[in-house]
Design a protein around this ligand. Structure first.
Ligand SMILES: Cc1ncc(COP(=O)(O)O)c(C=O)c1O
Length: 407
C-alpha cells in the first residue's frame, strides 16, 4: 500500500535547494485527481467544485465590477462594502457580531484565511488539534506555520467524536483547535453538545478555535448550522472562516474571509498583506451582490443538494459501495471493503479506468496513509446531467464488475 499514485514522482523533490518545509507534504491529492480525471475523460466526482456557474445576477455583478473600477488593489484587508456585507450576514445568519473596521479580513479564499490565521497564531512548538479525517489543506497549513498537529479521530461510519480522545489531545502546548463544520470529507455536522465540549476545552486551555464554516448552507434533513463563536464567550477566542466559493458556486473567484477578535484580526491582516496584498477586487465587489441573495436562494441550494445527495447515495449503495447520507457538505465518504482492492489508490484508479469516475483516495484525508485505505470520497456538486451520467456508469460497472476485478 502506498500513498503514491501512479502519476506522481514521490514526496521528496530531489533538489537540495528546496526547503524542508515543502518537502513535508505532497501535491494536493484532490487537485491531482482532477488532472488524472481529465487524462482519462472521467466524470470528475473528485474535487469539490460545481460544474455549473454562479447565479446569473452574480455573473452580472462581476461584469459590472470589472467595468466600474474593480480593477486595482482594494484596501488590503478588504473592500469596505464587502466587509459591511459580511458583517451583516454573519449577524443575521450566524449570530456573530463583528465590526467591519476591527474584526474582518477579506482573503484569497478560505484557503488563505486558514493559512494566514495559522501563520499569525502559531509559534514553533505550538500544537494544533485537528479532527481526522481532515480537509487535506490542514496538514500543509500546520506544517508551513510550524504547528505540531494532534489528530483526533472521527470514526467511521457515523464519524462520532470520542470525548476522552479529544480531552487528551489538549495540553499546555495546545494553541489552536481547527474545526470544520459541516465537515469535509465526512459530511459530519457537529452537534451543539459537541461544540459545547470543544468550546469548554478551548476556554479551559486558553486555546483559539479556528473554524472553517464554508459549507454552512449545506446542512440537510432539517439540521442546523451552529457557529462555535456564538457559544458562551467563544467570540473572544474564535476565528470564523468562510467564503464565496461553495455557497455561491464561485470557487474560481477566490474570495474568502476571517472574522476574529480585533487583536487577532490585526495579526491576520499582517500575514495576509504580505502573502497576497488583497483578494481580487472585482470579485469582492460581486461578493456584495452574493451576500445580498434572498433567503429563498439558500433554501433552494440546500434542497437541490439534498436531492443530489440522495441520488448519489442510493446509486453507491446499489453498486455495493457502503456509505451513509452525509448530514452536510457536498461529499460522500464511502467504504469499499466489500471489493477485493488492495487499497484506496487501487480502487480509485480502477474506478477511473473501468468506470470513468474520478474520486479521491481516502488516505489523503489522514495523517497516516495506512488509515483511509478502504475509503474513497465522492462529490455531488454537479449538474443533474453529470450525475445521471455518473450514476449510469456506476450501474453498468455494478452489472459487469467481476470481469475487471483484480485477482
Ligand atoms: C473545508 C474546506 N475549506 C476550504 C476550502 C477552499 O475554500 P476556498 O475556495 O474559499 O479557498 C475547501 C474546498 O474544498 C474546503 O473543503
Amino acid at each position: 500500500m502506498s500513498r503514491t499514485s501512479p502519476y506522481r514522482s514521490g514526496l521528496t523533490i530531489e533538489d537540495p535547494r528546496v526547503s524542508q518545509r515543502v518537502q513535508g507534504f505532497p501535491e494536493s491529492v484532490i487537485r491531482e485527481m482532477t488532472r488524472i480525471a481529465a487524462l482519462h475523460g472521467a466524470v470528475n466526482l473528485a474535487q469539490g467544485f460545481p460544474d455549473f456557474d454562479p447565479p446569473p445576477e452574480l455573473l452580472e455583478a462581476a461584469k459590472r465590477a470589472v467595468d466600474h473600477g474593480g480593477n486595482q488593489y482594494s484596501i488590503t484587508w478588504g473592500d469596505p462594502g464587502l466587509r459591511a456585507a459580511i458583517s451583516r450576514k454573519a449577524r443575521e445568519f450566524n449570530g456573530i457580531e463583528s465590526d467591519p473596521e476591527q474584526n474582518l479580513v477579506v482573503t484569497c479564499g478560505a484557503t488563505e484565511a486558514m493559512m494566514a490565521s495559522m501563520l499569525s497564531l502559531i509559534d514553533p512548538g505550538d500544537e494544533a488539534v485537528i479532527f481526522e479525517p481532515f480537509y487535506e489543506n490542514y496538514g500543509p497549513d500546520a506544517r508551513v506555520s510550524g504547528a505540531t498537529p494532534r489528530h483526533v479521530r472521527l470514526e467511521w461510519p457515523d464519524w462520532h467524536l470520542d470525548e476522552e480522545a479529544l480531552k487528551s489531545a489538549f495540553n499546555e502546548k495546545t494553541k489552536v483547535l481547527i474545526l470544520n463544520t459541516p465537515n469535509n470529507p465526512t459530511g459530519k455536522v457537529f452537534t451543539q453538545a459537541e461544540l459545547k465540549l470543544l468550546a469548554d476545552l478551548c476556554t479551559d486551555h486558553d486555546v483559539v478555535a479556528v473554524t472553517d464554516e464554508i459549507y454552512e448552507h449545506m446542512v440537510y434533513d432539517g439540521g442546523r448550522h451552529i457557529s462555535v463563536a456564538t457559544l458562551g464567550s467563544m467570540a473572544e477566542r474564535t476565528v470564523t472562516i468562510n467564503g464565496l466559493s461553495k455557497t455561491y458556486s464561485a470557487t474560481g473567484w477566490r474570495v474568502g474571509w476571517a472574522i476574529a477578535p480585533s487583536t487577532l484580526a490585526t495579526a491576520i491582516r499582517r500575514a495576509h498583506d504580505f502573502l497576497t496584498v488583497c483578494a481580487p477586487h472585482a470579485f469582492q465587489l460581486a461578493g456584495v451582490a452574493a451576500l445580498a441573495m434572498p433567503p429563498s436562494y439558500y433554501d433552494e441550494l440546500r434542497r437541490s443538494y439534498q436531492a443530489k445527495r440522495d441520488r448519489l447515495v442510493t446509486a453507491l449503495r446499489a453498486a455495493g459501495i457502503d456509505c451513509r447520507p452525509p448530514g452536510g457538505t457536498y461529499y460522500v465518504m464511502t467504504d469499499f471493503s466489500a471489493f477485493p482492492f488492495a487499497d484506496d489508490w487501487a480502487f480509485a484508479m480502477h474506478l477511473i479506468q473501468s468506470c470513468q469516475i474520478a474520486t479521491v483516495p481516502g488516505s489523503s484525508f489522514y495523517a497516516d496513509p495506512r488509515s483511509g485505505r478502504k475509503q474513497v470520497r465522492f462529490v455531488f456538486c454537479k449538474r443533474e446531467t453529470t450525475l445521471d451520467d455518473a450514476i449510469a456508469r456506476l450501474g453498468r460497472w455494478e452489472q459487469g464488475r467481476d470481469h475487471s476485478w483484480p485477482t
